[in-house]
Ligand binder design. Structure first.
Ligand SMILES: Nc1ncnc2c1ncn2[C@@H]1O[C@H](COP(=O)(O)OP(=O)(O)OP(=O)(O)O)[C@@H](O)[C@H]1O
Ligand SMILES: [Mg+2]
Length: 337
């Protein structure tokens, strides 16, 4: 019969893990991470509605407040910066006021370098949420999701190559808006392998196969469900899909599972990590935090297992905050002790 470990031994093990995780986080500061992906601007319009329009049977909303934050790949980059990394962000924006604002907000979030291609015929991706009486009532998106040009691909690869000696990890943040073309995705994975730089990709289902041979992937459950082509509605199916996709992709697969935590699939087997946060305010952006913390831990020399523990705690902190939030290095360290 399997015996559970005595309490004291469990306590000692927890202390050893916590000191290892703190050691990893202690190496975060100044790590150089390149983030490439689909950049966006999130816009929130807050207002009240007390009248019905005379033009159509719809409410008229008086806007009282308008706020902007950076989203998509830029949110992963902002999370890396707030954890202490020196971040270079690669992406595309339009030749518009939102593109200019995007650049300014990146600086405000501590993203050190931005390598943005400015497109005349492609607007900056903007997602506008209309919030009335504390509830989202509509969202309107401005975007063009055509794949980027081969000039853009070459530019990104050239810039990555120029900085290769200075990069500790590459994060690919895919929101299926056209930056991660098959050629560019595969070239980045090849580049990482050649230069011995870990490449961690957070893929959308349609682009999943482009990231074969990446060091690690961090999809969520719905994304692998779409890749698998069948509902993964029980643990057995999730494990089967995770194991097979990990093998087929020749990668390490960190499956994020919302309130159910994370499962790490490696060639040596699967390990499950239950979520650590029960006091949840807003889960939006938790996946970006998880990918950012996981990648930074790997860049800092952590094992995949320890990187997962860190990603779990970092995302646990942001889900307790309202809105799309980031986690600071001090906050992360405080939950690792
Ligand atoms: N409801 C929740 N309760 C506790 N932890 C959560 C919850 N939702 C998310 N988390 C934590 O955040 C991690 C990442 O969340 P999730 O799996 O939802 O990523 P995601 O779907 O890619 O998120 P998004 O795309 O909105 O950024 C989870 O693995 C878990 O650790
Ligand atoms: Mg996600």
């Amino acid at each position: 019969m399997k015996q559970s470990r005595p309490k004291k031994e469990k306590g000692n093990m927890a202390a050893v893990i916590s000191s290892k995780l703190l050691g990893v986080a202690g190496k975060f500061l100044g790590k150089k991470i390149a983030v490439i992906g689909d950049c966006m601007l999130d816009r929130y319009l807050y207002g009240d509605s007390e009248r019905v329009s005379q033009e159509a049977p719809i409410p008229v909303i008086d806007i009282r407040e308008e706020t902007y934050t950076i989203g998509g790949a830029a949110n992963a980059a902002a999370n890396l910066a707030s954890l202490g990394a020196k971040v270079s962000l690669f992406g595309v924006v339009g030749d518009d006021s939102e593109g200019k604002m995007f650049r300014i907000l990146c600086k405000e979030k501590g993203i050190l370098n931005v390598f943005l291609r400015v497109h005349a015929r492609r607007p900056t991706t903007v997602k506008t949420r209309l919030v009335a009486r504390g509830k989202q009532v509509a969202r309107f998106d401005k975007e063009v999701t055509d794949t980027i040009t081969s000039h853009d691909e070459k530019y990104f690869l050239r810039e990555l190559e120029k900085h290769s000696g200075l990069i500790h990890a590459i994060v690919i943040s895919d929101y299926a808006k056209g930056v991660l073309t098959p050629d560019l995705s595969r070239a980045i994975v090849r580049f990482g392998r050649k230069q011995n730089i870990p490449v961690i990709a957070d893929p959308k289902p349609g682009n999943f196969w482009f990231f074969k041979n990446a060091s690690a992937l961090t999809p969520n459950r719905y994304e692998i469900e779409a890749v698998w082509g069948e509902k993964l509605d029980n643990e057995k199916k999730i494990r089967e899909a995770g194991r097979l996709l990990q093998k087929k992709m020749n990668t390490t697969l960190l499956l994020t599972r919302g309130k159910d935590g994370m499962t790490l699939f490696q060639s040596s087997g699967a390990l499950h990590f239950p979520a650590v946060q029960t006091d949840v305010a807003d889960v939006a952006g938790a996946g970006d935090t998880a990918t950012a913390a996981f990648a930074l831990a790997i860049a800092s020399g952590a094992s995949y297992r320890h990187a997962t523990e860190i990603a779990l705690r970092a995302s646990g902190i942001v889900v307790a905050k309202s809105g799309v939030a980031t986690v600071s290095l001090a906050e992360l360290k405080s939950v690792l002790v």
